[in-house]
Write a new protein. Structure first.
Lengths: 395, 303, 483
């Protein structure tokens, strides 16, 4: 491997870290290990060793990089605005080019083909029921055998349905759709072109594949209607298409993308009012990293939820739960110890339901026995009750 | 910077101490036998006395170690300030620092050991050594000042010090009553002193007038009333925890929250950890290998 | 020679791995080189094996192994030190205490807690919140620095003005000496007779032993707090106001000052609402019982107004938290302007603040540099941050020259070298400016009483030649350490 500039990180970005360490406690892997190589500052220092000092890429470097959840918790914590995410993506791309990447990651290519994914998922669902696959160990959710089809109700807004989530948690989309409709708008659904946002490929350093998926997705969500996203990992990437693809068209596309809570939070008065008894339900709000650290829109979840329930924030400064896309499957031990901290925070909150706006987190936390729902599933439930109540009152 | 006159006083103190033969420094002789008796043939010297430098706006003061604490207090009082030293009648500044006993208000005002910012002392070889620095905050090098407080002059003979000063409180009040001192501590935000003799609790409040009123109200609810001042302290200082495990037949007074108790008759104390004793010996060996400074005294025996 | 060194290291490694499991002794070149620096500007320190013990016994085991192999030992916490205290020189065994991060016990009645050294400062205060207590020293790095590191540097923080620095809040420490013995210095719940070994240990920058547990004194949360943000059109007016507050006999909980450049950088990150048109802001916090707080806050406001200041009072906890977040992110925000900074930490008498500040600006101008000032003004503790880009040839020399001039200017008015960051390697060679040979010799004696072989963190604090002992070969700063 060519020593100098081998990682292809922008030198200005690489030089921008002053090594103050203020990001360390916001890094989940540093929090659980206490070791510098598993911290943002250590990782940047390691990148510098390779790119500036010409050190060789070795196992120690790979484990430092691969142990990163890419949660980007270090970014908002950094007063100097060090763009860690982009440095890590460059590093992962360089490592992928050198074919130093884990074979399991090629599996992400499946995600772009919805029918294939659905088929594989159905097989997995059957296999799970026959107990042929240890789901717990792989961190997989129980996959539904049959799912009802979603139908469009108008063209005011798009609802982005994505890949894994559509295959495994279509009922969430249904709930989200109902809540959005209750604000009086019609929801359009993309065809199979918008099958995958490309997040997992991007984080694994497969940039070209991610770009190809982006092109397909943009094609499937044409027009000027806002694109609402109910999975914050997807939302974060869709919002970054401008940077990833680098065209004016992509830029415009990204402008249209909104997390569904972000969109709802500015239209609270259009939603049905809360019933009387509802505030009693206490929900702990888990902030998915890509909503909090990347989109920086996590407040909107609590704002929407607060209308229908008592939403409590966790007291861990939004530290990652360890799900991180495919991270939980690739680094099971670290992911589990990171989750342990999250579980403690959930315990301290006193709530028995957790709301998570990201399917990865939901699966990861649910595997530890926590009841996790999408925030809008909770709202949908409440709205259902309110409507039932109204119907009762009418009678 | 040290002015010429005070430097001269320090140098003549150093010359007097010299570089050989046993020597001890005398203050007010208020705790002369603490930690052992001064050996017979020891030469006695006195540290320079007098206020050297005091700009009230700096909230620090430089004084000769031989200055009586009452003189220091009077000078500070004129500027509405005080130092956190126990006002033992007749004692000198150097003396109370060497003895290391806290003022009775230590709970609220802080420990004596934190009052010392800089010290100039004569080392065993007769050289003048400066420890610490003149500012209220300083971490330049090892913290020798802390080591000097309570060292009974066994590591060096202190000639001059710089102390941190504090504003004198606007108002203050002593109260006493038959109540649980722990309860007082829980209920009051920042009492400057709580004393307890096994039956009666004394509490000292200081600060802004209206705050003292509201705190006094709390203390009254617990059964306290205004009083003239604290009771006299019994002679010996022991760790408060020792009261639980050892037999102390006489009167005692616990200085709540500082871990200190004063007793009128003392019994045996638990033996210190041998590793701690060894460190004491190594420090003495490093600072005074010939054992000429305040011979006969042992800080470990100072109760 | 090289070969010999390698095999020696291997047997050291074998011995260390008898004490710790293999994944807690790290030796890969990358893992060691990452440990080569802390938050100071030194790069190029070289670590030997990096150990992550989780108990006092394991720390003792590491020290024993190092001793048998004649290796120095460098304790390290979170590595946020700003003086290079935790930078390893010549491949010592590095003992990192971050994994020893538990709160061992809390006695709320006695206001004492025992903690392990790797516990993060802010985590302790958060854990104490249910008791209505906190740990008073709050370095701006408190969200990350470890309590072991705080003890190591005798750390200060904005709220140490009234309450004193770390030393005043540490009752006892459990220390592993370089003999391998573990000993408790000080007395957590009593006042055992003897020398204040605890006091001598706090601030010793890892050169007397390795801290394995700390008994900290806890402070009750104040019932009332007021935070004032004072804005001035000149640094001089700001500094005059600080001196006036102190001279007035008020001891606020904190008085912090920030100048224009840093206000801009911080505002960009936090959006705390700092006035961008001000030449300097002063944050004053008063706390305690409501009567005193109200009276002091009013008096501070009056003093500021008299000196041309504008006064804003934080309306609620949220606004107060934002102001502090702005203050505490200041150092980190520097890279928005330049990728490197060199920071001094002198303290001057508070009556001389305005004078020294204007001298600092002059010095920086003379050396054609940029400076930002954000500091503990109430203590007179300056933090001029000299900004530079080390990739620009020749700047580092100018930075060093300006740094020396600032130190000289501070000492000339009766100041000291360091208020809270410590001496480490960074200011080691400035020590003779403040201390005579006899003074330094006395400090070396303290060192030798604890560590006769100078095995703990050699090469720091005391300039070589300060002691009469054989000059330790480890005491040299290797070439290239000055990044
Ligand atoms: C952004 C920023 C702001 C800062 N603000 C402040 C401030 O306001 N006030 C302040 O005082 N400091 C401040 N600092 C400096 C630094 O945070 C403190 O010095 C802190 O105490 C260091 O803690 P650490 O855990 O990072 O220790 P390290 O940097 O790892 O070590 C510091 C020293 O302590 C020793 N040490 C560490 N652990 C142990 C142990 N277990 N046993 C023995 N020795 C040990 C090391 O050998 C070293 O000499 C700041 C730093 C940064 C980057
Ligand atoms: S992205 Fe997350 S895991 Fe990776 S370095 Fe940053 S905070 Fe740590
Ligand atoms: S990434 Fe930012 S916060 Fe982290 S060490 Fe570097 S400059 Fe500091």
């Amino acid at each position: 491997m060519n020593a100098k500039a081998s990682l292809g990180i922008d030198p200005e970005e690489l030089a921008s870290c002053v090594a103050c360490g203020l990001c360390l406690p916001h890094c989940p892997t540093f929090r659980v290990t206490g070791e510098e190589w598993a911290s943002p500052r250590g990782r940047i220092s390691a990148m510098r060793q390779i790119q500036d000092q010409g050190a060789a890429i070795d196992q120690a470097f790979l484990s430092s990089m691969d142990s990163c959840v890419q949660c980007r918790g270090c970014e908002p914590a950094c007063p100097s605005g060090v763009p860690f995410g982009s440095m890590m993506e460059a590093t992962q791309a360089a490592l992928a080019r050198e074919r130093r990447i884990d074979w399991r990651r090629w599996g992400f290519r499946v995600l772009g083909y919805r029918r294939l994914l659905n088929l594989l998922s159905r097989v997995l669902a059957v296999v799970q029921r026959l107990r042929l696959v240890p789901s717990k160990r792989l961190g997989l959710p129980k996959i539904p055998l049959r799912q009802d089809r979603l139908r469009a109700s108008g063209d005011d807004v798009w609802l982005f349905t994505g890949c894994v989530m559509d295959a495994w948690q279509r009922s969430t989309h249904a709930a989200v759709k109902r809540v959005v409709e209750s604000a009086g708008v019609g929801v359009a659904l993309p065809g199979s072109g918008a099958a995958c946002c490309g997040a997992l490929s991007l984080h694994a350093g497969l940039e070209d594949h991610a770009r190809a998926l982006a092109a397909r997705t943009m094609g499937a969500l044409a027009g000027s209607a806002p694109i609402l996203v109910d999975s914050s990992g997807c939302g974060a990437v869709l919002k970054e298409y401008g940077m990833l693809v680098g065209t004016a068209e992509a830029e415009e596309f990204s402008e249209r993308v909104m997390d569904v809570h972000e969109w709802l939070a500015t239209r609270l008065d259009m939603l049905p009012p809360a019933g009387e008894q509802d505030q009693e339900a206490t929900v702990a709000v888990h902030d998915p990293c890509h909503l909090r650290h990347v989109q920086r829109a996590h407040q909107s979840v609590a704002e929407v939820l607060a209308r229908y329930a008592t939403a409590v924030a966790l007291d861990d400064d939004g530290l990652c739960c360890g799900a991180g896309g495919a991270y939980a499957a690739m680094q099971p031990e670290l992911a589990a110890s990171i989750r342990e901290r999250k579980l403690e925070a959930i315990g301290r909150s006193g709530a028995d339901i957790v709301a998570s706006a990201n399917p990865g987190c939901t699966i990861h936390l649910a595997n530890a026995g926590v009841t996790v729902l999408h925030p809008l599933e909770i709202v949908d439930e409440m709205l259902g009750e309110i409507l039932d109540q109204a119907a009762d009152d009418d009678r | 910077m040290i002015g010429g006159k005070t430097r001269a006083a320090l140098e003549s103190f150093a010359a007097e101490v010299g570089s050989d033969s046993p020597v001890a420094v005398v203050g007010g002789r208020t705790h002369w036998d603490l930690g052992g008796h001064c050996l017979e043939e020891t030469r006695l010297v006195r540290a320079p006395a007098g206020i050297r430098e005091f700009d009230p706006a700096d909230m620090t003061i430089r004084v000769g170690a031989g200055t009586p604490v009452e003189e220091l207090d009077a000078a500070l009082a004129e500027a509405g300030q005080q130092a956190n030293l126990p006002l033992v009648p007749g004692a000198t500044v150097g003396g109370v620092l060497a003895v290391g006993r806290d003022d009775v208000h230590a709970l609220g005002r802080g420990r004596l050991r934190d009052a010392l910012l800089e010290a100039v002392y004569v080392a065993d070889d007769g050289r003048l050594v400066k420890a610490g620095g003149p500012t209220v905050k300083n971490v330049s090098g090892f913290d020798l000042c802390r080591l000097l407080v309570g060292s009974l002059g066994t590591l060096g003979l202190v000639g001059e010090v710089i102390l941190r000063t504090w504003p004198r409180p606007a108002a203050q009040l002593w109260m006493a009553g038959q109540c649980d001192p722990a309860e007082l501590r829980r209920k009051l935000y920042w009492p400057s002193s709580i004393l307890w003799d096994g039956q009666t609790s004394w509490v000292h409040l200081e600060g802004h007038e209206s705050d003292i009123e509201s705190e006094a109200e709390q203390a009254r609810l617990l059964g306290c009333d205004s009083t003239d001042g604290p009771p006299p302290l019994p002679a010996y200082r022991v760790p408060a925890t020792a009261l639980e495990s050892e037999r102390f037949p006489g009167r005692y007074l616990v200085q709540v929250g500082t871990g200190v108790a004063y007793v009128s008759e003392h019994g045996p104390l638990p033996d210190p950890d041998p590793a701690v004793v060894a460190l004491h010996q190594r420090l003495k060996w490093q600072f005074d290998p010939r054992g000429r400074l305040n011979p006969g005294r042992d800080p470990l025996a100072a109760i | 020679m090289k070969l010999l060194k390698a095999s020696r290291r291997d047997s050291l490694l074998r011995d260390l791995r008898r004490v710790l499991p293999p994944d807690r002794v790290r030796v890969a070149p990358l893992e060691r080189s990452i440990m080569g620096r802390d938050a100071s500007i030194f790069e190029g320190g070289q670590a030997g094996p990096v150990c992550f013990p989780i108990s006092t016994e394991e720390v003792q085991g590491c020290v024993d192994a190092a001793r048998r192999h004649g290796r120095a030992v460098v304790p390290r916490g979170a590595g946020t030190g700003l003086a290079g205290g935790a930078v390893p020189l010549e491949e010592p065994v590095v003992v990192v205490t971050t994994k020893m991060n538990r709160l061992l016990s809390v006695d709320a009645d006695q206001a004492v807690a025992w903690v392990q050294p790797g516990m993060i400062n802010l985590d302790l205060s958060r854990a104490l919140a249910p008791y209505g207590l906190h740990f008073a020293p709050d370095p701006s790095s408190q969200q990350v620095c470890s309590l072991g590191g705080n003890v190591g540097t005798n750390a200060g923080g904005p709220h140490c003005l009234a309450l004193g620095v770390t030393s005043a809040h540490v009752l006892a420490v459990e220390v592993v000496l370089m003999s391998g013995e573990a000993v408790v210095l000080g007395d957590p719940d009593g006042c055992a007779p003897g020398l204040d070994l605890r006091g001598a240990y706090v601030g010793s920058e890892g050169m007397l032993g390795i801290t394995t547990a700390i008994a900290v004194r806890l402070t009750p949360n104040p019932p009332a707090v007021q935070t004032l943000l004072l804005a001035f059109d000149s640094v001089d007016e700001a500094a005059q106001t600080v001196s006036a507050v102190i001279a007035d006999g008020i001891v606020p909980a904190a008085i912090e000052m920030m100048d224009k450049n840093i206000i801009w950088a911080v505002e960009n990150f936090v959006g705390a609402g700092f006035p961008l048109d001000a030449a300097a802001v002063v944050i004053v916090e008063v706390d305690g019982l409501p009567g005193g707080v109200a009276a002091e806050a009013d008096r501070v406001a009056e003093l500021a107004l008299e000196r041309g200041g504008r006064v804003r009072r934080a309306a609620d906890d949220h606004e107060r938290a934002l102001i502090w977040k702005g203050r505490k992110s200041a150092f980190g925000a520097i890279a928005q302007i330049k990728p490197n900074y060199y920071l001094h930490d002198t303290v001057v008498p508070r009556t001389r603040l305005a004078e020294v500040m204007s001298r600092v600006y002059e010095i920086v101008e003379e050396h054609d540099l940029q400076v930002m000032n954000v500091f503990h003004a109430g203590d007179g503790n300056l933090h001029p941050l000299l900004l530079y880009d080390r990739r620009e040839p020749g700047t580092l020399e100018r930075v060093h020259a300006a740094g020396s001039a600032i130190i000289e200017a501070s000492l000339a008015v009766g100041g000291v070298l360091s208020g809270e960051h410590g001496i480490g390697i960074e200011k080691r060679d400035f020590m003779p400016l403040m201390f005579s040979e006899a003074d330094l010799d006395a400090q070396a004696r303290l060192r030798r009483a604890f560590d006769p072989d100078e095995m703990a963190n050699p090469g720091k604090v005391l300039p070589t030649g300060a002691s009469c002992a054989d000059v330790n070969t480890l005491g040299k700063i290797p070439e290239g350490v000055w990044g």
